[in-house]
Write a protein that binds this ligand. Structure first.
Ligand code: UDX
Length: 437
């Protein structure tokens, strides 16, 4: 008999997981406390931008394998419950806020049937899974809890969920692993590596992976700083070190650094948790990683100041990109938006363009001016900042763009534009970590 699954929390992670599991043939019911989300998802509409997700979701809704509800009692007959709620940074601190995870566990604990498995997918501080499992068993002794961290990237969420590069399961017994093997039977058949771990290791895998990725980005951004001081070019340096297979060429794009709803808050929550465990020394380097990352934002503002004779007052600054990365409308901790807001606070007249993230950006920074058109954004500009590497920005013709601006100066905050092309068109071209021409 096919398993019946529930997915608790329908954000990026939950909505994607629910649609993908339904597409694998399971009967899936998504639960959320927000009625507006349930209404949209039930109509096959995704409340955020994620390539390929809406088509997949719509198809699963129409096939009736996927439904959504606000009533937790609708989940009673499910065999497996996935907890996919958010764990944001606490207000006024660096630790993770576990309010939603705890609430999800309390709700599900009351309705789980005998033999059902609750599976946490949210990113949590190590030790959380064991606490949640104890609480679940206290309320409902004939159920069990496992941990199954998620590694999906925004912009590739569907692909990463359907074809993960590994599956990690934190379990306390064989039965829980067997249930999860049934859930992921298709992936296992396709040869996806399967890693069985204990609960704390499975929680740590996620934060260790994110710490590594953040470190890789900050390492290259630190090299960018040295390149600037020494007259080198970090893009050439990255290419050269990336040929070493032990290093690899991915995640070595120097620029304004990492943002989003995961890397920044995950490394901070990791530091907070390590301190509680008395292991703060071991992850002290993450503070440096965070600082290098935040410094990149200041360094680009310095470049802007230099080019505008140290006076931003009344200068027209055009910003290309608001999302924390391309192919996403997510602006959580977006370096691009942070820079835009700081430049505006220094007195400049800032216009921000983004193909997908304007609505979200506007909610976060209502005082910033946003524009739907690239040409309109560039019109009369004193300086242009390329801060999110959307493909459409690489397609801008520098010759045409030059006719629109007042001063042809561009700063490539992502090292993604063709420098030679812009120079040939007569632009002053600046970039982090590259010798300035
Ligand atoms: C990340 C992890 O990659 C994913 O495995 C985890 O599940 C969630 O966190 P995501 O937040 O979607 O995923 O974004 P990611 O693609 O990792 O990029 C994070 C940030 O790093 C972005 O702001 C991006 O612009 C920046 N970045 C990435 C760089 O500055 N340079 C790079 O070379 C790569």
């Amino acid at each position: 008999m096919t398993l019946k699954l529930s997915v608790i929390g329908t954000g990026y992670l939950g909505a994607t997981h629910a649609a993908c599991m339904a597409s694998m043939g399971f009967q899936v019911i998504g639960f959320d406390t927000e009625q507006s989300k349930i209404d949209l998802l039930s109509k096959g509409k995704v409340p955020f931008y994620e390539p390929d997700l809406e088509e997949l979701l719509d198809k699963q809704i129409k096939s009736r394998r996927l439904t959504f509800t606000k009533d937790i009692n609708d989940l009673t007959d499910c065999d497996v419950h996935f907890i996919c709620v958010g764990t944001p940074q606490v207000k006024g601190g660096i630790a993770a806020d576990l309010t939603y995870v705890n609430a999800a566990l309390e709700s599900v604990a009351k309705i789980v049937k005998i033999g059902a498995l609750v599976v946490g997918k949210s990113t949590v501080p190590v030790g959380t899974a064991e606490k949640l499992r104890n609480r679940l068993i206290e309320i409902n002794p004939k159920s069990d809890l496992a941990w199954n961290p998620e590694f999906l990237r925004e912009g590739f969420a569907v692909e990463d969920t359907l074809k993960p590069n590994r599956l990690v399961v934190g379990v306390t017994n064989d039965n829980a692993e067997e249930i999860l093997k049934k859930v992921y039977a298709i992936n296992l058949k396709e040869g996806t590596p399967w890693v069985r771990a204990d609960l704390p290791t499975s929680e740590l895998v996620k934060v260790a992976a994110n710490s590594f990725l953040a470190t890789k980005i900050s390492l290259i951004n630190a090299m960018a700083e040295v390149c600037e001081a020494a007259g080198g070019d970090v893009t050439v340096l990255a290419k050269a070190i990336g040929y070493d297979p032990r290093i690899g060429n991915r995640f070595l794009q120097a620029g304004i650094g990492f943002g989003g709803g995961c890397l920044p808050k995950d490394i901070r929550a990791f530091m907070a948790r390590a301190e509680e465990l008395g292991a703060q020394q071991a992850v002290k380097f993450l503070k440096e990683i965070d600082e290098i990352n935040l410094r990149a934002r200041q360094r680009i503002i310095e470049l802007v100041r230099k080019d505008l004779a140290n006076n931003l007052q009344g200068k027209k600054v055009s910003i290309l990109g608001a999302a924390f990365k391309p192919d996403s409308d997510d602006v959580r901790d977006s370096p691009a938006l942070d820079i835009a807001a700081q430049i505006q606070a220094a007195g400049a007249i800032v216009t921000v363009h983004d193909p997908k993230a304007i609505e979200n950006a506007q909610k976060r920074f209502p005082a910033l001016k946003f524009s739907e058109g690239i040409n309109e954004t560039l019109q009369g500009s004193n300086i242009v900042l390329h801060l999110t590497e959307w493909k459409i920005y690489r397609e801008i013709d520098p010759v045409n763009a030059k006719a629109l601006v007042q001063n042809a100066i561009i700063i490539d905050g992502r090292n993604a534009l063709d420098r030679e092309l812009w120079l040939k068109a007569g632009w002053k071209f600046r970039a982090l970590g590259r010798t300035h021409v």
